[in-house]
Each structure stands twice: as structure tokens, then as C-alpha cells.
Design a protein around this ligand. Structure first.
Ligand code: GAL
Length: 343
């Protein structure tokens, strides 16, 4: 009887300890989540800013981020993915260098049962779990709408981003579709259009320089897909003072682009809130890692293999007139950062 009683109490004790352990481990899954974050270019672009917003958003949720950069090296990015997976991350967020070859990282993550979120850039032909980005076509449309308003008739140069980044393709397709009727009417003449390797400013500079050296026409609008490219094009344009370009666009609302809007050297940039994309991606990552219901997607994007559940955010056009109402109101920059050295 006594032995039976002792066995019973021991059993209850074990059961209690087991319940507590399970409870602790499920709590620690919530707070001890590790997110791997791969970015494509640590130099002269927005990605270090994304890193800080992602790390901040994760810290707010008690999660940890292991961030890694490459310099547009897709093979190195694959090695980094494997390193992170071996370290035991719970979720992998990828800004891929190359939309096509990045599928290998998704396959690798699947072996470790680690879900993958495509951040800003789509990963094509893969079993990507989620995609968090901005309305890609809308970005191209905002640039062309603006250009057509200022230059309804004239000579255009189009500098897309990297051909291996689907975002450059979205922009290209949207812009070509919108411009085609004007080209057909003979109102718009496309003097040059082309992709710019790795979204690099120096590549844009060389392309624009070549265009300006072979044409004797007046260029009216230069539509580029990223502020870095606009800066490269601007450098080339400054070496050709005979050119009086009326439209120069970019994307990302980088600080030098915002300042170029104020001095009328650029006419438009497209702002994509990094706070929004970073916070939404971390929120999704934490939910995925802790088995919570995913409720923050609003679309699907076909990546050639499947319809990937997606959260697509809205890009915003920024011109000289609405800098305060956009990037400053959103606290992306302070008044001092934007106007400090100018006023
Ligand atoms: C793209 C992104 C752009 C810009 C570019 C260069 O994928 O959509 O906003 O950041 O990369 O970094």
C-alpha cells in the first residue's frame, strides 16, 4: 500500500515536472527564436539599413538575428545560407543576389525544416514559403507617370536594375507597357534601355557616359530603377553640360537622392518603407517559428513553381514638394539630416 502510494506521488511529481518542462520549452521557442538574414550588398546601398530595422524589430519580439552580407556574390550567399542552417536558425530571411539560382538555398533550408521568407526580392522556381515586398509594377508606374507628366514628348533613357533581380524585371515590364502607346505614336523615342549589373552606380555611370558619347540628341528623361543608378547617371550628365535633362528618377529615397531632389538634380525617387518591410518580415518569421497562425499576407505571387503567399506593401513617390510629408513624417530621416546642411 505504502509502496503504491510512494509510486503514485512520484508519478505525479514526474508528470508535474514534465508539464513544466514542456511549458518552458514552448515559451522559449517564442522568445529564443533565431532568424537568419542574408543580404546581397553591404556597400553603398540600403541593406545595412534593413539590417538595423530587422534586428530592432526582432529584439522587440525577443528574437535574435544572425545577419550576413555578400558583395553580390551568389555562390558565397549560398555558403552563408548553409552556415546559418548548420548553426540551427529557426527561419531564414533572404534578399537574394540572384532570383534564379537562389532556389538552391530554399531546397537546402527544406532539408533542415527551416521556412524561408523572400525579403523584397522574389526567389524564382522554388518552394519559397512567403514573400514580403512592395507592389513591383507600381514602382515602375510611378516613375513613368511622373516622366510622362513632365516630358510627354521627347527622348528617354531607361536604366533598369540587375537582370538577375526580379524587381528589375517588374519595373521594366511595367514601364515598357506604359510607354509603348507613346512610342507607337512617335511622341517618345527610347534612345537607350538596358539592365545595370548588380545595381551598381559605377556601371550606370559607364552606361550613361557611353549613351551620351554616341548620341547627339538632347536627352529629356532618364528613368533609373534605383537611386544609386540615378547618381551614376547624374555624374555622367554633369560631364555633358550641353544636356538639359528634365526628369531623373530613382528608388529607395537614399539621402543623397533626397538632397538631389532639393537641388533639382533629380526629380523623383520611390520610397519603400524599410521599417514596414522589416517589421512585417520579422513578425512573419516569429509566427512561422512558433507555429502561430499567419494573418498578415494580402496577395500571392507566382514564382514559376507556385503561388507564393505574399505581403505586398505600397511604394510612395517622393518629389521635392512632399519630402516632409513622406520620409520625414515617417521618421526615416530627420529634418536636420535632409535640410541641415542646405539651409
Ligand atoms: C532591389 C530593390 C531596390 C534597390 C535595389 C538595389 O532589389 O528592390 O529597392 O534597393 O535592389 O539595392
Amino acid at each position: 500500500m505504502l509502496t503504491n502510494y510512494t509510486t503514485m506521488t512520484n508519478l505525479i511529481k514526474y508528470l508535474f515536472v514534465a508539464i513544466v518542462l514542456v511549458a518552458i520549452s514552448s515559451c522559449s521557442k517564442q522568445s529564443g527564436i533565431t532568424i537568419g538574414f542574408l543580404m546581397p550588398d553591404g556597400e553603398g546601398s540600403r541593406w545595412p539599413i534593413d539590417q538595423s530595422y530587422v534586428e530592432k524589430a526582432a529584439a522587440d519580439k525577443g528574437a535574435k538575428v544572425l545577419s550576413k552580407f555578400v558583395l553580390n556574390d551568389e555562390n558565397l550567399q549560398q555558403k552563408q545560407a548553409i552556415e546559418l542552417l548548420e548553426m540551427g536558425i529557426d527561419v531564414l530571411i533572404i534578399v537574394s543576389v540572384n532570383a534564379n539560382t537562389a532556389a538552391a538555398m530554399v531546397r537546402e533550408a527544406q532539408k533542415y525544416n527551416v521556412p524561408v521568407i523572400g525579403y523584397d526580392r522574389l526567389i524564382k522556381n522554388s518552394d519559397l514559403d512567403y514573400f514580403v515586398s512592395f507592389e513591383g509594377a507600381q514602382i515602375g508606374n510611378l516613375m513613368v507617370e511622373h516622366a510622362l507628366k513632365v516630358v510627354p514628348k521627347g527622348n528617354y533613357v531607361l536604366l533598369y536594375g540587375d537582370a538577375g533581380d526580379n524587381n528589375a524585371i517588374y519595373i521594366k515590364d511595367a514601364q515598357e507597357a506604359m510607354l509603348q502607346p507613346y512610342v507607337d505614336k512617335g511622341d517618345i523615342n527610347i534612345v537607350y534601355k538596358g539592365f545595370v549589373d548588380n545595381w551598381r552606380a559605377d556601371n550606370a555611370y559607364h552606361m550613361m557616359s557611353r549613351v551620351l558619347s554616341f548620341t547627339d540628341q538632347q536627352i529629356d528623361a532618364v528613368i533609373t530603377g534605383y537611386d544609386g543608378l540615378a547618381m551614376g547617371a547624374l555624374k555622367a550628365l554633369k560631364e555633358h553640360p550641353e544636356q538639359k535633362v528634365k526628369v531623373l528618377t530613382g528608388q529607395d529615397a537614399e539621402l543623397d537622392a533626397i538632397k538631389a531632389l532639393i537641388t533639382d538634380e533629380m526629380s523623383l525617387t520611390v520610397y519603400k518603407s524599410i521599417r514596414e518591410i522589416a517589421t512585417a518580415s520579422v513578425d512573419l518569421a516569429v509566427k512561422l517559428a512558433s507555429g502561430q497562425r499567419i494573418d498578415n499576407v494580402n496577395s500571392t505571387v507566382n514564382n514559376g513553381r507556385k503561388d507564393v503567399p505574399a505581403l505586398l506593401l505600397q511604394p510612395v513617390a517622393v518629389q521635392k514638394e512632399n519630402i516632409r510629408a513622406t520620409v520625414i513624417a515617417d521618421e526615416y530621416y530627420s529634418e536636420e539630416e535632409v535640410y541641415g546642411s542646405l539651409e
